[in-house]
Design a protein around this ligand. Structure first.
Ligand code: HEC
Ligand code: HEC
Length: 230
C-alpha cells in the first residue's frame, strides 16, 4: 500500500514550521462547528481500534518522531499522548483533518500529519495511545488544587476534576486525561482556549472555563498536571 510519509524528520522547530507551512496551505474553510448531536454521532461511528496496527502506524507515519516511541512527548512543548482516552484522540485527529482545530502554526504540523488518515487509522492510533500507561502527575500546589477540586464559584469555574477526574485520568466521551501533560503545551493550549483561537470544543465549554483564569492560575494548573519527577 502506498502511504505518504511525513516529510519532516528532525531539524529545528523553526525550520519544521516553515517546511510544514509550505507543504500545506490550509484552505480557509473548516467543517461546521460540532454540536452535541453531531459529535455524539461521530464518536458512536468511531471504528473499533486495533492498538497493534496503531503502534505500527505511529512509527510508519513518524508520529513517534515528535510524540515519542510510546506517546511520551520528548519535549515539554509538544503534547504527550500516552494513556489518553481514545475518544479524545480520535476527535482531535478528526478536528485537525477537518480544520476545526487550527489555533496556530503548530496545529498546521498536525494538519499535514493527518491529511491522509482514514477513520480506521485514527481509531487504531487512538487505541494505541489509550493502551499506554498514563504518566503520573506532579500535583500538590494550593492554587491549582483549589481550582481542580473546588473550582471558583465567583468566576463560574466548575472544578476541573468534575470532568477530568480527581487523578487527571479523564472523564466521559471526549473529555481528555490531563495527568502528565507537558506543561509548556498545557499553558499554550489553555491560553488558546482563553483567547478563543482553539475553538473546536463543543458548546464552547473549555473556552468558558479558561476565560476567567489568570496567567498565574494557568501556570499553577500546568505544574499540577505536569509529569511527576522520576
Ligand atoms: C512535526 C512534529 C509532529 C508530528 C510528525 C506529529 N505531531 Fe501530533 N502534534 C504536534 C504538535 C506540535 C501538536 C500540538 C499542536 C497544537 O498546539 O495545536 C500535536 C498535537 C497532536 C494531538 C493533539 C493532542 C492533544 O492533547 O490535544 C494528537 C492526538 C496528535 N498530535 C497525534 C499525532 C499523530 C497520530 C501523528 C502521526 C500521524 C502526529 N501527531 C504527528 C507535533 C507533531
Ligand atoms: C464540564 C466539563 C469540563 C470542565 C469543568 C473542565 N473541562 Fe477541560 N475539557 C473538557 C472537554 C470536553 C475537553 C475537550 C475539548 C475539545 O474538544 O477541545 C477539555 C479539554 C481540556 C484541555 C485540553 C487537553 C489537551 O490535551 O489539549 C485542557 C488542558 C483542559 N481541558 C483543562 C481544564 C482545566 C484546567 C479545567 C479547570 C479549570 C477544566 N479543563 C475544566 C471538559 C471540561
Amino acid at each position: 500500500m502506498m502511504r505518504k510519509t511525513f516529510p519532516i524528520l528532525g531539524g529545528t522547530l523553526a525550520a519544521s514550521l516553515s517546511l510544514a507551512a509550505m507543504a500545506s496551505e490550509p484552505a480557509a474553510t473548516a467543517a461546521p462547528a460540532w454540536t452535541p448531536a453531531t459529535l455524539m454521532q461521530a464518536l458512536q461511528a468511531m471504528p473499533k481500534g486495533d492498538a497493534e496496527r496503531g503502534k505500527q502506524l505511529h512509527s510508519e507515519l513518524f508520529c513517534a518522531s515528535c510524540h515519542g516511541v510510546a506517546g511520551e512527548s520528548t519535549t515539554m512543548n509538544w503534547p504527550s499522548l500516552a494513556g489518553q482516552r481514545a475518544e479524545y484522540t480520535y476527535k482531535m485527529l478528526l478536528d485537525y483533518k477537518t480544520k476545526r482545530r487550527m489555533e496556530d502554526q503548530r496545529s498546521r504540523l498536525m494538519l499535514t500529519a493527518v491529511q491522509n488518515l482514514k477513520e480506521q487509522d485514527m481509531a487504531d492510533l487512538a487505541a494505541f495511545y489509550a493502551a499506554q500507561p498514563l504518566p503520573a502527575m506532579q500535583g500538590g500546589n494550593e492554587v491549582a488544587e483549589k481550582l481542580v477540586r473546588q473550582g471558583d464559584p465567583t468566576l463560574l469555574v466548575t472544578p476541573c476534576a468534575a470532568c477530568h477526574g480527581l487523578q487527571g485520568q479523564g472523564g466521559v466521551n471526549e473529555t481528555p486525561a490531563l495527568a502528565g501533560m507537558t506543561p509548556e503545551y498545557f499553558v499554550r493550549t489553555m491560553k488558546h482556549y482563553r483567547d478563543g483561537s482553539r475553538d473546536s470544543d463543543v458548546m464552547q465549554a473549555m473556552r468558558a472555563f479558561a476565560k476567567p483564569l489568570s496567567d498565574a492560575e494557568i501556570e499553577a494548573l500546568a505544574s499540577y498536571y505536569a509529569p511527576a519527577a522520576k
